[in-house]
Design a protein. Sequence first.
Length: 137
Amino acid sequence: MRLTKVQTKVAAYNLQDVLVTLVIVGILLLLALPNLMPLIAKAKSQEAQLHLKQIYNSETTYRYMYSKYTPDMSQIDYEAPKTVNEGGTANYVYEILSASGNTFKARATAITDFDGDGTFDVWEIDEQGAPKQIIKD
């Protein structure tokens, strides 16, 4: 008894179909990307606001304990996250600009230009506890 091969055709895409699809997706991304940049910058600025609130809470706790604010982040047990330049994920550098008995000011400065316009995002917080955007990217 002899067996014969049965050839079946499998439905598939050819290379030309795949390339045309990739070109169309690429064009759609190029059209949509400028509209998405403000949303990306806004989402990334949430990082700065959260960390500044953490610094504010730590400074407030420190003030309750010692009746003054401190310019030293190690005294409030705040360790800044590693930036993307250091192999981490943070897009901002955090610093305490000034601190005295009744006032303090902390700043978050972006190290990444989110929308490519040459302007870097800057946020600040003080003893009032509301983060304020000083320079908008």
